[in-house]
Design a protein around this ligand. Structure first.
Ligand code: PLP
Length: 379
């Protein structure tokens, strides 16, 4: 069946690009001003700030350095503990080690796949300085509970909202409230700049630091005044990326509306008895708050993921897996983490697959994926 399939390959994601954006990038290339805080970066930051309710926003070359910089702005370093989820892209935990602090994991909730805030509370010690929750697939964490906890224990929060642009909590946009909020514009995200990210901060003082950490710790004054008083890196966004970002941001609502309608179609196509019949788990059917960055299913234990992925590939359908449990990577095992510590993240990390979901898909693509999943699970 596989070799003779007339169907085109369906990847799990693909960016949408329009000619206007291609032209805007060409204009940047012709302008001679390619990087370092030019007009496109400034316009992109201004539009993002407006999008996030007027809060200060700075752009970067990734959604990883944004979190590292947030931790630096908060003064977090050696001797401090930061609590995060074991089920995320490894960046979320790596940044804690990068600043010299100690990562502490709290297991995830079996249904939302977001960090379990009761387990966060149980993991707090006198050394805990911050929490990095992830809004997994764009499904927001319980923000009331999260910020009540942060307030109670005087902790900073760095929201890893890499996947959550356009998601809301009780009608408020993720990023428009809270403490530090980090977004990624890596090519797979709901809007992208090829590579990139932005950080929402609380005030002008933090914004100043956010700029310094972005570029070698430099601050300038007058025509030739220059000083370096903190250790910064090289994390600035290029004009080329910002030109892409402006074109993408203009279409964010449209992209997310399309994702939502495809997600609805997944649920309709799987049908109400899918979980009971096939033993696989669907995501939470949130049609209000999620931006539907991804559509996950958790495979029953009788399937190994690699086999399942191969059978889908045989049908010309590419899947992702987001994510393997972080604490079981060698570098984390070397720090003392091991199997059995976070059983929910371990099971999800082993059995989760990401089905195709991106704005260029149509309903028949969804039906094709659902048919393939069902036929393999019946297998
Ligand atoms: C994409 C992503 C990141 C990292 O963003 P980059 O822009 O690739 O550095 C971090 N956390 C999560 C949850 C992500 O999805």
């Amino acid at each position: 069946m596989s070799q003779t399939s007339p169907l085109p390959f369906l990847p799990f994601t693909k960016p949408t690009m329009d000619e206007a954006t291609v032209s805007a990038v060409s204009d940047v290339l012709r302008s001679g001003w390619l990087t370092s805080n030019g007009p496109k970066v400034q316009a992109f930051e201004a539009q993002l700030s407006e999008y996030f309710g007027g809060r200060p926003v700075r752009t970067y070359n990734s959604g990883t350095c944004t979190m590292e910089i947030a931790l630096r702005i908060a003064g977090i370093g050696p001797g401090d503990e930061v609590i995060t989820t074991p089920n995320s892209w490894v960046a979320t935990a790596n940044v804690i080690i990068e600043v010299g602090a100690t990562p502490v994991f709290a297991d995830i909730d079996a249904r939302t796949h977001n960090i379990d805030l009761d387990k966060v509370e149980a993991a707090i010690t006198p050394r805990t300085k911050a929490i990095i929750p992830v809004h997994m697939t764009g499904l927001p964490c319980d923000m009331d509970k999260l910020y009540a906890l942060a307030k109670k224990y005087k902790l900073r929060v760095v929201e890893d909202a890499a996947q959550a642009i356009g998601s809301t909590w009780k009608g408020k946009r993720i990023g428009a409230f809270g403490d530090f909020v980090s977004f990624s514009f890596q090519v797979n995200k709901n809007i992208m700049t090829a590579e990139g990210g932005c950080l929402v901060v609380n005030n002008a003082e933090e914004a100043k630091l956010a700029e310094k950490y972005r570029l070698q710790g430099v601050s300038r004054s007058g025509l030739d005044g220059i000083d370096v008083d903190v250790l910064g890196g090289k994390y600035n966004m290029t004009e080329i990326s910002a030109a892409i970002g402006l074109g993408q941001l203009a279409r964010l609502e449209e992209f997310n509306a399309k994702r939502l309608s495809l997600a609805r179609h997944y649920f309709n196509s799987f049908g109400a008895d899918f979980e009971a019949q096939y033993g696989a788990e669907l995501p939470i059917a949130d049609f209000e708050q999620s931006n539907w960055h991804m559509f996950h299913i958790v495979l029953p234990e009788r399937f190994t993921r690699a086999d399942f992925m191969q059978k889908m590939l045989d049908r010309q359908i590419g899947l992702g897996f987001h994510y393997a449990a972080i604490h079981l990577f060698s570098m984390y095992r070397a720090r003392g983490f091991k199997e059995g510590m976070f059983p929910v993240a371990e099971r999800v990390g082993r059995q989760i697959v990401t089905l195709p979901l991106f704005p260029l898909m149509n309903e028949s693509d969804v039906e094709r994926v659902v048919d393939a999943v069902k036929s393999i699970l019946r297998g």
